[in-house]
Design a protein around this ligand. Sequence first.
Ligand code: ADP
Ligand code: MG
Length: 234
Amino acid sequence: MTQGKLIYEGKAKKVYETDNPQLLIQEFKDDATAFDATKRGTIKDKGICNNKISAHLFGVLETHGITTHFVRLLSERQMLVQRLEIVPVEVTVRNIVAGGMAKRLGLDEGKKLPNPVLEYHYKNDALHDPLINNYHIFALGLAQEKELGDISRYSFEINEILQEFFGQRRLVLVDFKLEFGRHKGKITLGDEISPDTCRLWDKATNKKLDKDRFRRDLGGIEQAYQEVLRRVLS
Ligand code: ADP
Ligand code: MG
Protein backbone atom coordinates (compact mmCIF):
# COMPACT_ATOMS: atom_id res chain seq x y z
CA MET A 1 0.00 0.00 0.00
CA THR A 2 1.62 3.25 -1.14
CA GLN A 3 0.64 6.58 0.35
CA GLY A 4 -0.43 9.07 -2.34
CA LYS A 5 -1.19 12.75 -2.24
CA LEU A 6 -2.90 14.57 0.61
CA ILE A 7 -6.46 15.22 -0.54
CA TYR A 8 -7.92 16.76 2.60
CA GLU A 9 -6.71 18.16 5.88
CA GLY A 10 -9.50 18.61 8.41
CA LYS A 11 -9.57 19.62 12.04
CA ALA A 12 -8.62 16.21 13.45
CA LYS A 13 -7.36 14.13 10.54
CA LYS A 14 -5.51 14.14 7.25
CA VAL A 15 -6.77 12.06 4.35
CA TYR A 16 -4.40 10.64 1.71
CA GLU A 17 -4.98 8.83 -1.55
CA THR A 18 -3.34 5.46 -2.14
CA ASP A 19 -2.31 3.52 -5.26
CA ASN A 20 -5.81 2.01 -5.17
CA PRO A 21 -8.46 4.61 -6.13
CA GLN A 22 -11.01 2.83 -3.88
CA LEU A 23 -8.89 3.16 -0.75
CA LEU A 24 -7.84 6.14 1.38
CA ILE A 25 -5.58 6.59 4.39
CA GLN A 26 -6.97 8.44 7.42
CA GLU A 27 -4.23 9.91 9.60
CA PHE A 28 -5.21 11.00 13.10
CA LYS A 29 -3.64 14.23 14.40
CA ASP A 30 -3.18 15.50 17.96
CA ASP A 31 -4.88 18.79 17.03
CA ALA A 32 -8.04 19.56 18.98
CA THR A 33 -10.70 22.15 18.20
CA ALA A 34 -13.94 23.09 19.90
CA PHE A 35 -16.74 25.63 19.64
CA ASP A 36 -16.61 25.87 15.85
CA ALA A 37 -12.80 25.82 15.90
CA THR A 38 -12.66 29.08 17.90
CA LYS A 39 -10.78 27.11 20.56
CA ARG A 40 -7.67 25.26 19.40
CA GLY A 41 -5.03 23.17 21.08
CA THR A 42 -3.21 19.86 20.98
CA ILE A 43 -3.74 16.78 23.08
CA LYS A 44 -0.57 14.68 23.23
CA ASP A 45 -1.01 11.28 21.52
CA LYS A 46 -4.74 11.88 20.96
CA GLY A 47 -4.27 10.80 17.34
CA ILE A 48 -2.80 7.47 18.42
CA CYS A 49 -5.64 6.84 20.90
CA ASN A 50 -8.38 7.83 18.45
CA ASN A 51 -6.93 5.70 15.65
CA LYS A 52 -6.76 2.61 17.86
CA ILE A 53 -10.14 3.23 19.54
CA SER A 54 -11.89 3.82 16.20
CA ALA A 55 -10.29 0.74 14.63
CA HIS A 56 -11.44 -1.44 17.51
CA LEU A 57 -14.98 -0.04 17.55
CA PHE A 58 -15.37 -0.41 13.76
CA GLY A 59 -14.32 -4.04 14.22
CA VAL A 60 -16.94 -4.55 16.94
CA LEU A 61 -19.64 -2.97 14.76
CA GLU A 62 -18.65 -5.17 11.77
CA THR A 63 -19.11 -8.30 13.90
CA HIS A 64 -22.66 -7.04 14.57
CA GLY A 65 -23.39 -6.64 10.86
CA ILE A 66 -22.78 -2.89 10.45
CA THR A 67 -20.90 -1.99 7.24
CA THR A 68 -18.02 0.41 7.95
CA HIS A 69 -15.24 1.94 5.86
CA PHE A 70 -12.52 0.37 8.03
CA VAL A 71 -10.08 -1.94 6.24
CA ARG A 72 -7.10 -2.23 8.60
CA LEU A 73 -4.67 -0.34 10.78
CA LEU A 74 -1.51 0.75 8.97
CA SER A 75 0.42 2.34 11.83
CA GLU A 76 -0.11 4.07 15.16
CA ARG A 77 -1.79 7.06 13.53
CA GLN A 78 -3.02 5.69 10.21
CA MET A 79 -5.85 3.42 9.10
CA LEU A 80 -6.77 2.21 5.65
CA VAL A 81 -10.42 2.89 4.73
CA GLN A 82 -12.75 2.46 1.79
CA ARG A 83 -13.24 5.72 -0.09
CA LEU A 84 -16.78 6.95 0.53
CA GLU A 85 -18.87 9.65 -1.05
CA ILE A 86 -19.60 11.36 2.27
CA VAL A 87 -23.20 12.37 2.98
CA PRO A 88 -22.75 15.89 4.38
CA VAL A 89 -24.96 15.21 7.38
CA GLU A 90 -23.64 14.65 10.90
CA VAL A 91 -25.85 12.25 12.82
CA THR A 92 -25.97 12.68 16.58
CA VAL A 93 -27.53 10.07 18.88
CA ARG A 94 -28.23 11.15 22.45
CA ASN A 95 -29.04 8.98 25.47
CA ILE A 96 -28.46 11.63 28.14
CA VAL A 97 -28.83 15.41 27.87
CA ALA A 98 -25.52 17.25 27.36
CA GLY A 99 -23.76 19.78 25.15
CA GLY A 100 -25.78 21.40 22.39
CA MET A 101 -29.07 19.80 23.43
CA ALA A 102 -28.82 21.13 27.00
CA LYS A 103 -28.07 24.61 25.65
CA ARG A 104 -30.67 24.66 22.86
CA LEU A 105 -33.58 23.35 24.95
CA GLY A 106 -32.63 24.76 28.36
CA LEU A 107 -32.29 21.30 29.92
CA ASP A 108 -29.97 20.20 32.70
CA GLU A 109 -26.94 18.18 31.64
CA GLY A 110 -27.14 14.61 32.89
CA LYS A 111 -30.89 14.04 32.52
CA LYS A 112 -31.48 10.54 31.15
CA LEU A 113 -33.72 10.66 28.08
CA PRO A 114 -36.69 8.25 27.99
CA ASN A 115 -35.84 7.41 24.38
CA PRO A 116 -32.68 7.96 22.32
CA VAL A 117 -32.82 11.26 20.40
CA LEU A 118 -31.53 11.42 16.82
CA GLU A 119 -30.37 14.76 15.41
CA TYR A 120 -29.09 15.76 11.99
CA HIS A 121 -26.66 18.61 11.43
CA TYR A 122 -25.71 19.92 7.99
CA LYS A 123 -21.92 19.33 7.76
CA ASN A 124 -20.90 22.84 6.72
CA ASP A 125 -18.28 24.73 8.74
CA ALA A 126 -19.11 28.12 7.13
CA LEU A 127 -22.74 27.75 8.30
CA HIS A 128 -21.66 26.37 11.72
CA ASP A 129 -23.18 22.90 11.14
CA PRO A 130 -26.84 23.95 11.58
CA LEU A 131 -29.46 21.58 13.00
CA ILE A 132 -31.70 20.28 10.19
CA ASN A 133 -34.42 17.65 9.80
CA ASN A 134 -35.32 15.03 7.21
CA TYR A 135 -37.29 17.56 5.10
CA HIS A 136 -34.24 19.82 4.82
CA ILE A 137 -32.12 16.82 3.84
CA PHE A 138 -34.48 15.85 0.99
CA ALA A 139 -35.06 19.46 -0.12
CA LEU A 140 -31.32 20.15 -0.26
CA GLY A 141 -30.71 16.81 -2.01
CA LEU A 142 -28.23 15.69 0.67
CA ALA A 143 -29.60 12.12 0.76
CA GLN A 144 -32.44 10.09 -0.72
CA GLU A 145 -35.33 8.87 1.42
CA LYS A 146 -34.11 5.25 1.31
CA GLU A 147 -30.58 6.34 2.24
CA LEU A 148 -31.75 8.38 5.22
CA GLY A 149 -33.88 5.45 6.33
CA ASP A 150 -30.74 3.30 6.37
CA ILE A 151 -28.73 6.03 8.12
CA SER A 152 -31.25 6.42 10.95
CA ARG A 153 -31.76 2.67 11.36
CA TYR A 154 -28.01 1.97 11.46
CA SER A 155 -27.50 4.86 13.91
CA PHE A 156 -29.97 3.40 16.43
CA GLU A 157 -28.45 -0.07 15.96
CA ILE A 158 -24.95 1.33 16.53
CA ASN A 159 -26.25 3.04 19.68
CA GLU A 160 -27.47 -0.30 21.06
CA ILE A 161 -24.19 -2.06 20.21
CA LEU A 162 -21.96 0.69 21.62
CA GLN A 163 -24.03 1.20 24.79
CA GLU A 164 -23.63 -2.50 25.53
CA PHE A 165 -19.91 -2.49 24.64
CA PHE A 166 -19.05 0.58 26.73
CA GLY A 167 -21.35 -0.52 29.57
CA GLN A 168 -19.30 -3.70 29.96
CA ARG A 169 -16.28 -1.42 30.40
CA ARG A 170 -17.92 0.80 33.06
CA LEU A 171 -18.49 3.65 30.60
CA VAL A 172 -21.77 5.46 29.99
CA LEU A 173 -22.37 6.44 26.35
CA VAL A 174 -23.98 9.87 26.77
CA ASP A 175 -24.07 10.84 23.07
CA PHE A 176 -22.06 10.48 19.88
CA LYS A 177 -21.73 11.76 16.32
CA LEU A 178 -21.51 9.62 13.17
CA GLU A 179 -20.80 10.29 9.50
CA PHE A 180 -21.98 8.01 6.73
CA GLY A 181 -21.17 7.78 3.03
CA ARG A 182 -21.98 5.82 -0.09
CA HIS A 183 -19.84 2.87 -1.19
CA LYS A 184 -20.94 0.67 -4.11
CA GLY A 185 -24.52 1.84 -3.58
CA LYS A 186 -24.55 0.98 0.11
CA ILE A 187 -24.75 3.36 3.06
CA THR A 188 -21.50 2.79 4.97
CA LEU A 189 -20.26 4.16 8.29
CA GLY A 190 -17.20 6.40 7.88
CA ASP A 191 -15.03 8.88 9.75
CA GLU A 192 -14.17 7.96 13.39
CA ILE A 193 -15.64 6.89 16.71
CA SER A 194 -13.52 8.25 19.54
CA PRO A 195 -13.56 10.47 22.65
CA ASP A 196 -13.55 13.39 20.15
CA THR A 197 -16.93 12.28 18.80
CA CYS A 198 -18.51 10.51 21.80
CA ARG A 199 -19.33 11.72 25.30
CA LEU A 200 -18.24 8.98 27.72
CA TRP A 201 -18.69 9.16 31.48
CA ASP A 202 -17.25 6.80 34.06
CA LYS A 203 -20.19 4.73 35.32
CA ALA A 204 -19.28 4.95 39.02
CA THR A 205 -18.19 8.60 39.27
CA ASN A 206 -19.70 10.32 36.17
CA LYS A 207 -16.18 11.61 35.45
CA LYS A 208 -15.98 12.90 31.88
CA LEU A 209 -13.56 10.87 29.76
CA ASP A 210 -13.92 12.72 26.44
CA LYS A 211 -13.33 16.00 24.60
CA ASP A 212 -15.43 17.93 27.15
CA ARG A 213 -12.27 17.92 29.32
CA PHE A 214 -10.65 20.04 26.56
CA ARG A 215 -13.76 22.17 25.87
CA ARG A 216 -14.13 23.05 29.55
CA ASP A 217 -10.45 23.05 30.61
CA LEU A 218 -11.01 20.26 33.12
CA GLY A 219 -7.40 19.00 32.98
CA GLY A 220 -6.27 15.39 32.73
CA ILE A 221 -7.15 15.31 29.05
CA GLU A 222 -4.35 13.02 27.84
CA GLN A 223 -5.04 10.60 30.69
CA ALA A 224 -8.75 10.49 29.83
CA TYR A 225 -8.06 9.46 26.21
CA GLN A 226 -5.53 6.83 27.38
CA GLU A 227 -8.07 5.51 29.90
CA VAL A 228 -10.75 5.11 27.23
CA LEU A 229 -8.24 3.30 24.97
CA ARG A 230 -7.28 0.98 27.83
CA ARG A 231 -10.90 0.13 28.60
CA VAL A 232 -11.86 -0.30 24.92
CA LEU A 233 -9.03 -2.79 24.42
CA SER A 234 -9.77 -4.63 27.70
P1 ADP B 1 -13.41 17.85 9.44
O1 ADP B 1 -12.60 18.99 9.98
O2 ADP B 1 -14.09 18.17 8.13
O3 ADP B 1 -14.33 17.22 10.43
P2 ADP B 1 -11.57 15.61 9.84
O4 ADP B 1 -10.37 16.21 10.46
O5 ADP B 1 -12.53 14.85 10.69
O6 ADP B 1 -12.38 16.71 9.00
O7 ADP B 1 -11.05 14.73 8.61
C1 ADP B 1 -11.77 13.69 8.04
C2 ADP B 1 -12.53 14.12 6.79
O8 ADP B 1 -12.65 13.01 5.91
C3 ADP B 1 -13.96 14.53 7.16
O9 ADP B 1 -14.34 15.65 6.35
C4 ADP B 1 -14.80 13.30 6.79
O10 ADP B 1 -16.11 13.66 6.39
C5 ADP B 1 -14.02 12.70 5.66
N1 ADP B 1 -14.10 11.23 5.59
C6 ADP B 1 -14.18 10.35 6.63
N2 ADP B 1 -14.18 9.07 6.20
C7 ADP B 1 -14.10 9.14 4.83
C8 ADP B 1 -14.07 8.15 3.78
N3 ADP B 1 -14.10 6.85 4.06
N4 ADP B 1 -14.01 8.58 2.50
C9 ADP B 1 -13.96 9.91 2.22
N5 ADP B 1 -13.98 10.88 3.16
C10 ADP B 1 -14.04 10.51 4.45
MG1 MG C 1 -14.27 15.56 11.67
